[in-house]
Design a binder for this molecule. Sequence first.
Ligand code: SF4
Length: 359
Amino acid sequence: ANFKIEGGKMYKRRQSREVSVGNVKIGGNNPISIQSMTNTDTRDAKATIAQIKRLESVGCDIVRVAIPDMTAAKNIAKIKSQVNIPIIADIHFDYRLALEVIDQGVDGVRINPGNIGSIDRVKMVVEKCKEKNLKIRIGVNGGSLEKELLEKYGSATPEALVESALNHVKILEDLDFRNIVISLKSSDIYKTLDAYELISKKVDYPLHIGITESGSVKKGTIKSSIGVGALLLKGIGDTIRISLTGDPCEEVIVGKEILRSLDLLNDKIKVVSCPTCGRCNIDLISVVNEVEEKINNIEKDITVAIMGCAVNGPGEAREADIGIAGGKGEGLLFKKGKIVRKINGDRLVEELLEEIDKY
Ligand code: SF4
């Protein structure tokens, strides 16, 4: 995934080893995958399946579910049988839950080996993961750092996060297990950047990136875009999760948009739209929202422009393959900056979608 952005600098992705999670490959030159986490009660299989299906429909690549107890763990096979994307079980402390979800056919486990007790317990989990070729994600979080490290570093510094992750890594490596993905999350962007930069020089495991507890959809989108965007621009990050306090589908939509903004998303469709001004004669905001939503899952290398007026629109969007420019009660369809025909005002979205389809 090394390429030169036109007129810009070379984007160079950190080299990482490849780790598989079900049918999704993380790391190496594989596309950066988008993850989310269900917020349904995993003990309620029906609700969890419904939410995962919604996540699939907006383009989620991998989903994580919380496993608070054995009832939740025993639901994994049922949930898996109804959905298509790989499932990662999020487990804290209890190795028996890990063993159960693996038996249930989960695709990966997020567990910190240093937190599950004796080495025999870790061994049991690791052996089972090896048997089924599962990955383990070590997830270090600034808010739940080990007491010793907090004492040693005074707070959850980047060095403390990295040391914690490397301690967990060592436990797995000593058991000859290397199907590892690492995350080092903090709600502080600067600490997160430093921590990932530090660890990226020490190991070649794929990195799961994100800014944790980043807030509501609006605030969290901005914070995550800056944090995750900054990491991606440094070539760091093999899979992303945008944490938002809201519908998990929003996390996927935002994640896709971050990758799309950096030309790192597999689907190549791009929408450009003008900010509108006093010349705009149509309800551009609704048109843009509707078109963006409808083309979210289209995989085409095409740039679509939606512009407010015919005076400047086509010219401003010369680079676009197809576009519309608003006029009085109508819109003008243009291709590569040239107007080709008029469209009735109430058919703008439909006809634009038809043109995209034909393209
Ligand atoms: Fe204003 Fe037209 Fe430019 Fe949109 S395209 S910002 S409406 S001049």
